[in-house]
Write a protein that binds this ligand. Sequence first.
Ligand SMILES: Nc1nc2c(ncn2[C@@H]2O[C@H](COP(=O)(O)OP(=O)(O)OP(=O)(O)O)[C@@H](O)[C@H]2O)c(=O)[nH]1
Ligand SMILES: [Ca+2]
Length: 858
Amino acid sequence: MPLKMKPDSIHEDDDCLFAVEYDGPPLPYDIPRAVPINMDRIPVAAVVSPVCISAAMSFPVIQPILSIDSTKKQLSREKMVSPTSVIEHVSDSTAVSPTEEVSGELEETTRGLAFCDSFEVSEEKESLDNESVLSMDYPSSRVTGDCVSETGGKKQQVVTFLGIASDDDDDEEEDCIQKRTRVVPVKKQPQTKGKKGSCYRCFKGNRFTEKEVCLVCDAKYCSSCVLRAMGSMPEGRKCVSCIGCPIDESKRGSLGKCSRMLKRLLNDLEVKQIMKTERFCEANQLPAEYVYVNGQPLYPEELVALQTCANPPKKLKPGDYWYDKVSGLWGKEGEKPYQIISPHLNVGGPISAEASNGNTQVFINGREITKVELRMLQLAGVQCAGNPHFWVNEDGSYQEEGQKNTKGYIWGKAGTKLLCAVLSLPVPSKSISNASGDQLHSANSRSILDHLEHRTLQKILLVGNSGSGTSTIFKQAKILYKDIPFLEDERENIKVIIQTNVYGYLGMLLEGRERFEEEALGVMNAKQSLIEDEEGDAKSNIKTLYSIGPRLKAFSDWLLKTMAAGNLGVIFPAASREYAPLVEELWRDAAIQATYKRRSELGLLPSVASYFLERAIDVLTPDYEPSDLDILYAEGVTSSSGLACLDFSFPQTAAEENLDPSDHLDSLLRYQLIRVPSRGLGENCKWIDMFEDVGMVVFVVSMSDYDQVSEDGTNKMLLAKKLFESIITHPIFEQMDFLLILNKYDLLEEKVERVPLTRCEWFQDFNPVVSRHRSNNNNGNPTLGQLAFHYMAVKFKRFYSSLTGKKLFVSSSKSLDPNSVDASLKLAMEILKWSEERANICMSEYSMYSTEPSSFSN
Ligand SMILES: Nc1nc2c(ncn2[C@@H]2O[C@H](COP(=O)(O)OP(=O)(O)OP(=O)(O)O)[C@@H](O)[C@H]2O)c(=O)[nH]1
Ligand SMILES: [Ca+2]
């Protein structure tokens, strides 16, 4: 329960407000601590309206007390620090100060309150006491901090939460609960600041000097000053004068992530200890009143309930959230749902219809849902006509309001979960069933929560024209980063696809055979007709290299007919047992082998066909089991559902495993690779607006396409360029980074020696100076393939920056080679990390330092 100030006991001439010791019954949660405020900024807390509080509840009340000798100190303090105040929570309410000089100042304060502004520990005092500062043990009990409290009436938001809309309309609310004080965290300013980039203590160094940063005030110290400035770090990396202060919320993600500098300066055990207290000490926990749920700031016990439930909200930060207690849907105020947490938690107020700012006139549990949710419902087969009001339970069962029978389960269909993943909508977590029973325990769940906080999901969109290799890259990622890349039933389906493909390749060979036979016959006839004109009907008996026997001919005719009718998929693999012996006979036939030798002349036969045809007999046996490599080479595996989606994280390398656990966090970052078929993008871009929150786009182009033409005669490289243009200029991708993967480097290298790159009109000015003796890439001269790749990369980069003004990242790849795909995706990860850092830099006032190795942006 909150501390309530009694406004009627505040007088104009009061200098300070002091609290009295709480002497009620022991409480199971942390007691909020009140800190006196600057008089100019009063009022701070709201009136406790007697109407809303049941008589059974008791509230600790802070009585304002006039300090005996505080006028002078208060004034001098005001000059030094920002005139702000705070209401804080502490478990132990004894006020203790870091140095004796300071604690002297506090002697007259009453036990049970924390007097607060930031204590000024001057540079001189500190240096006098250097040795003892290092060894001194500061109890973490004293909490100071800079916050602005505001009341319903006059609001002046000092800090707005990134991406979290604040709730501004509680003025009109009648309910007294709405008048709980809004406390907005304000970043504490460092006490000293030298020239830009220098250490805040010795004022030496520049922005390239490695520095450690205070979690509270952002002061930065060089390695010779950090231990003096931060002391024994009882709450982790904070200046001595910041101990007890709440951390700068933007740094919450860095808690417990050790810097290299500290690792050098301290031994392992010390580092571990400091990182542990940094994460778990009371002062660094998220203050409950910074979290608003359905328009109400949380009480500490509500926050605890929220954080210790079976499915707690991930990445909980200060800000406004909405919570649908019936279904467990959870989101940021004014936004679509972000997660499904445990339902029925008694936290925050009742949900409002406008909570997620929906405008669909379709309601779920009283909340007007967002467009993207409506789309999901429609695609999941829920009837949404006539502005229905749904009642959705935690298990996804739904009914229309006022009706009794369950109409279905929203997340029942397999496809719905994939859809949700792509739409960034939450699905119920597996553990939801035992949500009510076992509550995790505090310390334990805290560390789990912390852990989760670092596991953010980064979405990578994988796009390219058909045939560019996006499927291959997607499958490589699965094989590379998944323990079980393909499940049993997936393999079963893939087997059918592969076998059907192989029949298709055989069909193409047979078609080729007919053509070659006719050609050969034509030549023979021409010769023969010169010699003897008569024997007309002997023609059909003439054998060529490409002729086959009647049995195979019958099979061939039937297969070609089936293919032409498009029935291949229907008949196989059911027929595969029957035809297996024929296939063997066919493949071994001299005419087929002769045709296969001329396969480069068969335009339709893809290059991967050889891989399968050479093993056709094995592949077409009924008990064939596709290997990972087979799956990689197989065509048509990932296209079925249109979108394919893969969650993964990069596995640790052996070297990383030996590092401190705090360094492992990178490998905990999760990525989601979403492959979009190009036909889904293109002109009408039907998928495109689903991808707002994608972190980056990986665009794949097949370099060997430069001399290929599509059915309508357009050069395929130009088609790729066109798709590329339409995507990079789409408003949705305006802020996004692009990585271009120039794929099929192996094919390019081989082809460019035979077919000039200028075959593509966009590449007219490719005019490489190639040394005559370039056969083995000797003398370090680039090969023609390398030159061609570089040339294309530059072409795309220029094109990209001419349209977007941004820089394009380019990587070459041979996507049949796992190492090559691994390297390209790791580059994508680096770009994402880097762009996150850039975002942090933009947020930080002292932006230029944030890229330093020891700073928090990792
Ligand atoms: N030689 C070679 N072949 C490749 C490379 N990357 C892909 N391929 C082959 O090129 C063909 C097309 O690749 P896919 O991965 O299917 O490309 P996609 O068209 O984007 O994907 P889908 O639309 O699902 O077909 C396949 O037969 C691949 O095996 C490469 O780097 N080198
Ligand atoms: Ca393909």
